[in-house]
Design a protein around this ligand. Structure first.
Ligand code: NAD
Ligand code: UDP
Length: 335
């Protein structure tokens, strides 16, 4: 692909420093780039001197997450919905656009299914037209409520195809299928990451996922809402670890699907206790019904990521909760 002839650098100050940097070698499209994970990835790419197009419809993301890059000559922000096609010249497509929290993806399940199917279809069409490599942000939800524990990539899953989570779970399953069919039919270069529960700074306070809910509730002095008896498990990966794994996957030769997650497994009650211990041990727990099809256990096998990407998480839950709590203190104006 032809690269840019030079840089238009307006004004003075820090932009001039940018002009003197070596030109970026690749142009990256990050769909869902204004979201929690997407904006953390955008930071990494921009800090590496790459050229980034951030595309988002702001359903769950916000401009504030990428505000620091607006006006930078290597950065473009596009309001666009991935259910509509778009024509762009890019080398790498990081396809993250999709609401990830059950609260959000269940609020309009038909739209979620469209985003997963049509969004991935459109991005694969773009990738195959311009010869870009596409990385799909898939999910551990493709394993459903797993009967095999922990979950290796070879496990084919146990998803309820007609339940309230199926718009997301089945949406990601068809998105994975599309990726592999584009590879087989058109030779499109794909990478598929199965991401396990990830948390960290940039999560929105109203996101509805468990880590953000517990921290925000504790900081507000409210009871923590425990769904079910709290014995269900999740494995929590810090966002910086996840982004490192995604970058290694994109840059490497392994197509995937590949689990990217932290094997440290905790019950939701243990998570609540850790959050309370750090913020306010006096707060009570409120027990609410377990939502339909809520997986009872989840833990990644990451042997493949270790072998193929030389990757494993560096940040324990105990270490990652600190910066995450600091983020929410700041967002809630409690500093
Ligand atoms: P998020 O909700 O913070 O980010 C999703 C982003 O996609 C938001 O900015 C949102 O506005 C945008 N978006 C949604 N629908 C869109 C559409 N139709 N067109 C354009 N933009 C759209 O979620 P996240 O946690 O950052 O997740 C990012 C990706 O990683 C998602 O694809 C999600 O399925 C996947 N994933 C995340 C986790 C996790 O724990 N964070 C786990 C598994 C998979
Ligand atoms: N959960 C909870 N209280 C909350 C939010 C979630 O007990 O306020 C539970 C939820 O039922 C699930 C786990 O925490 O068992 C993780 O939920 P989340 O929505 O974060 O992710 P997912 O279910 O998609 O893994």
């Amino acid at each position: 692909m032809l690269r840019r002839p030079g840089w238009l650098v307006l004004g003075s100050g820090w932009w001039e420093k940018v002009e003197s940097m070596a030109p970026p070698s690749l142009r990256h499209l990050v769909t869902g780039g204004a979201g929690f994970v997407g904006s953390t990835l955008v930071d990494r790419l921009m800090e590496a001197g790459e050229e980034v197009i951030c595309l988002d419809n702001y359903f769950t993301g916000c401009k504030a997450n990428v505000a620091r890059w607006i006006g930078h000559p290597h950065f473009e922000l596009i309001r666009h919905d991935v259910t509509e096609p778009i024509r762009l010249e890019v080398d790498r497509i990081w396809h993250l656009a999709c609401p990830a929290s059950p609260r959000h993806y269940q609020s309009n399940p038909i739209k979620t299914a469209k985003t997963s199917f049509l969004g991935t279809y459109n991005m694969l069409g773009l990738a195959s037209r311009v010869g870009a490599r596409l990385l799909l942000a898939s999910t551990s939800e493709v394993y459903g409520d797993p009967e095999v524990h922990p979950q290796p990539e070879s496990y084919r899953g146990s998803v309820n195809p007609i339940g309230i989570r199926s718009c997301y779970d089945e949406g990601k399953r068809i998105a994975e299928a599309l990726c592999f069919d584009y590879m087989r039919m058109h030779g499109t270069e794909i990478r598929v990451a199965r991401i396990f529960n990830t948390y960290g700074p940039r999560m929105a306070p109203d996101d509805g996922r468990v880590v953000s809910n517990f921290i925000v509730q504790a900081l507000r002095g409210q009871p923590l809402t425990l769904y079910g008896d709290g014995s269900q498990t999740r494995s929590f990966c810090y966002v910086d670890d996840l982004v490192e794994g995604l970058i290694r996957l994109m840059n490497g030769n392994h197509t995937g699907p590949i689990n990217i997650g932290n094997p440290g497994e905790f019950t939701i009650l243990q998570l609540a206790e850790q959050v309370l211990q750090r913020i306010n041990p006096e707060l009570p727990l409120t027990y609410l019904p377990l939502p339909q099809d809520d997986p009872l256990q989840r833990q990644p096998v990451i042997d493949l990521a270790r072998a193929e990407l030389g990757w494993e998480p560096q940040v324990t839950l105990e270490q990652g909760l600190g910066p995450t709590i600091a983020h929410f203190r700041s967002v809630l104006g409690l500093e």
